[in-house]
Design a protein around this ligand. Structure first.
Ligand SMILES: NC(=O)c1ccc[n+]([C@@H]2O[C@H](COP(=O)([O-])OP(=O)(O)OC[C@H]3O[C@@H](n4cnc5c(N)ncnc54)[C@H](O)[C@@H]3O)[C@@H](O)[C@H]2O)c1
Length: 337
């Protein structure tokens, strides 16, 4: 494990988290507050996504919250000033919505990222900026484990725009020396994940169905494998790449590094929750076109450069997540969309 002194760099540093009321952003906010950072959150609380004020309930007096949009250039100018670190989690997060709202996805996930980089170039060029990308930039998987060099041919606009944003982060380092780094995430899960609809964050949605004793539909035989990574491990990886001297737009894979068949994840979840059941249904035709195939990530580059090691197994992570929603589910039951 890395030397915990590395993370003391955040003490008294000003950190902006865009999308900071969402699942990953708020979880990072908790970790940064615990390390003495001066944390500011920018989030537009758009109803489709996972922004939820309850996510920061226990730290709300220790962070500054601005409700607003990353595409508001005047606001952006104000919030990025004097930040040492910017973790840029604000996003349209649903792969399926990127097909039905292509221009919204382009606007938030590509143009919005470019606006942040431009604002930083003009007004805060020394900030370290960390960007969460997605495994969906790879498209159809040709070999596992998937290294950073695996071809990138996304099968949807979400992946195309995430890949575009990655290129912006690399280009702004190349052209202007800006201090950027990218983490490509696999399938994060855990407490504070939105459970109000099924458009993204599948483990969260399935946990809700199981807790309500409902049926969970699995496409095909459920053999497709995914690489599930617990939120605390994701947060730790962001803290490390932020703190270390990695500033050259480098792209890292971040996942657990071993995969589980979809049906086995669901079986584990149902066993832990103690209710719910499974029904196998045929793949809808459009899903087959967009399905990446089984996925397992190679994280050796991230491990080598940061000494990061994921610590929470799927079983342990699902247990912690279940415990969280037993206690707090009512704060996450927004209407189904
Ligand atoms: N959760 C995943 O499965 C996953 C996987 C790979 C990558 N990521 C990336 O991680 C990041 C965070 O995802 P998450 O799972 O925490 O999702 P989330 O929906 O919980 O958080 C996203 C937050 O961004 C906010 N937001 C959206 N558009 C905004 C805008 N225009 N201006 C300001 N705020 C805005 C939302 O209100 C929400 O709070 C995203 O960039 C996402 O693409 C997530």
């Amino acid at each position: 494990m890395p030397d915990s002194n590395i993370l003391s760099v955040y003490s008294n540093k000003r950190v902006l988290i865009t999308g900071g009321l969402g699942f990953l952003g708020s979880s990072l906010a908790h970790a940064l507050v615990a390390r003495g950072a001066d944390v500011a959150l920018l989030d537009n609380l758009a109803p489709l996504y996972g922004g939820n004020e309850f996510n920061i309930d226990t730290i709300k007096d220790q962070v500054t919250v601005t409700i607003g949009d990353i595409r508001d250039s005047g606001l952006l100018h104000k919030v990025i000033l004097d930040c040492d670190f910017i973790f840029n989690f604000a996003a349209q997060v649903s792969h399926s919505d990127s097909a039905t709202m292509p221009f919204e996805d382009l606007d938030i996930n590509a143009r919005g990222q470019l606006m942040i980089l431009e604002a930083c170039r003009l007004y805060n060029p020394h900030a370290k900026i960390i960007f969460p990308s997605s495994r969906l930039v790879f498209g159809r998987i040709q070999h596992t484990p998937v290294t950073e060099e695996h071809p990138t041919h996304p099968l949807g606009l979400y992946g195309v725009h995430k890949l575009t944003a990655e290129k912006y982060y690399q280009l702004y380092h190349h052209l202007y020396g800006m201090r950027t780094v990218v983490l490509r995430l696999t399938n994060p899960y855990g407490p504070r994940q939105q459970i109000k609809h099924s458009k993204y964050s599948i483990p969260g949605w399935f946990m809700r169905l199981a807790m309500e004793g409902k049926e969970i539909s699995i496409f095909g035989e459920g053999e497709q494998k995914r690489d599930y990574i617990y939120v605390d491990d994701v947060v730790q990886s962001f803290l490390l790449v932020g703190a270390l001297d990695i500033t050259d737009g480098k792209v890292y894979n971040c996942g657990y590094g071993s995969s589980v068949a979809f049906k086995d994840m669901v079986t584990a979840l149902i066993t832990i929750v103690g209710s719910g059941n499974v029904r196998f249904v045929p793949w809808p035709s459009h899903y087959e076109k967009e399905e990446t195939g089984s996925f397992e990530v190679d994280t050796s580059l991230l491990r080598r450069d940061t000494q990061w090691v994921p610590a929470v197994s799927l079983k342990e992570g699902l247990q912690r997540m279940c415990q969280y929603y037993i206690e707090y589910k009512n704060h996450y039951l927004f209407p189904n969309l």
